[in-house]
Design a protein around this ligand. Structure first.
Ligand SMILES: Nc1ncnc2c1ncn2[C@@H]1O[C@H](COP(=O)(O)OP(=O)(O)O)[C@@H](O)[C@H]1O
Ligand SMILES: [Mg+2]
Length: 313
């Protein structure tokens, strides 16, 4: 495989098993620089893949290049150019925010002065300056996560791995972290994040790879994934906005117009919306499993996951 700066990650036939359990099977992938999301349910192999790419665990077979380097052979060189924030925060609770930053700086071989200068910038950027002198164990979950990410950025990595960066955070902390991740990307770094949240992948990533059963079952922009699932749906509402029915269409103007004409004949007063499939529907179609575990009370209309309900005729 040849490497140019236009290739961030390249996989050819990557496989990884634990005993008889095949976790990753024959993965092929070429990623350009940018923000990419690896989306999949619990146990899909997201952490395994990220840990392979970031040199933490070896792969069994295939070819792997990250920034042109083989994580198995060129481990040290690669470690100097990437950062990894794991699924479980790795900050030392007994140290202050600043001390955590400086410790990470030393680990990456920065001088104390350089580490201090960079720590000031990062703590400010992540809104942790006021808390910098406090022990990390006094921080909220969101603050710990931000400190963890800030510390991992001390050596200005070219590629940042974020393994489920917002899992376990409340909605507000999650939104704040999304803003930070977007800002990071604007600073020129590439990001590969894993997530179980469709919305997160949709908001943050230019490209989404859906990992399921050890394989990448879909790969593209959110719009491309949505178009794989089929055409737009026509929703029928009553005047209060309640959904009465949803009618799948082929997606073309002619097909949508044909359905609308039929609806107008039968129910001249009904209100309609034409909408694209949601990423939830895409995920369900591709993996046969719901994308999120914690949304049992999501659908108060009593419809199934696609929101379909029979119209009261
Ligand atoms: N060290 C290990 N030994 C054995 N099995 C493992 C190990 N690490 C992960 N697995 C298994 O590999 C599968 C994928 O795990 P993981 O990569 O952590 O998935 P995800 O991060 O998508 O939740 C799971 O079935 C998990 O139990
Ligand atoms: Mg994981």
């Amino acid at each position: 495989m040849s490497y140019t700066d236009s290739v961030l990650v390249e996989l050819r036939g990557l496989s990884k098993s634990y005993g008889t359990h095949d976790v990753l099977t024959d993965l092929d992938l070429t990623l350009p620089p940018g923000i990419h999301a690896l989306l999949g349910p619990n146990g899909a192999g997201k952490t395994t893949l990220v840990n392979i790419l970031s040199t933490l665990i070896p792969y069994d077979s295939g070819e792997v290049r990250v920034l042109g380097l083989d994580p198995r052979r060129d481990r040290t060189a690669l470690q100097g150019r990437i950062s990894l924030t794991g699924q479980y925060a790795a900050v030392d609770g007994r140290l202050s925010g600043m001390e955590n930053m400086l410790m990470m700086g030393r680990l990456f071989g920065l001088s104390r002065r350089a580490a201090r200068r960079r720590a000031d910038v990062l703590l400010e950027r992540f809104d942790l300056t006021a808390a910098a002198g406090k022990r990390a164990e006094t921080y909220s979950g969101g603050m710990r996560r931000k400190l963890d990410i800030a510390a991992s950025l001390i050596a200005e990595p070219q590629l940042i791995f974020l393994d489920e960066p917002t899992t376990g955070l409340d909605t507000r902390s999650r939104q704040a972290l999304w803003d930070e991740i977007t800002a990071l990307a604007e600073s020129g770094a590439s990001i590969l994040l894993t997530t179980q949240y469709l919305e997160e992948a949709d908001v943050l990533a230019e490209r989404i790879m859906v990992l399921h059963g050890g394989r990448i079952v879909a790969d593209g922009t959110a719009a491309e994934l949505k178009s794989r699932v089929g055409g737009s749906t026509i929703q029928l509402h009553d005047h209060a906005g309640h959904i009465l029915d949803e009618i799948p269409t082929g997606g073309s103007a002619a097909d949508v117009a044909h359905h609308l004409a039929a609806i107008a004949d039968a129910h001249p007063d009904v209100e309609v919306t034409v909408r694209r499939p949601t990423l939830d529907e895409v995920f369900l179609e591709l993996t046969g499993s719901p994308g999120e575990q914690d949304e049992a009370d999501e659908d108060p209309t009593g419809g199934d996951r696609t929101g379909r309900k029979e119209v009261a005729a």
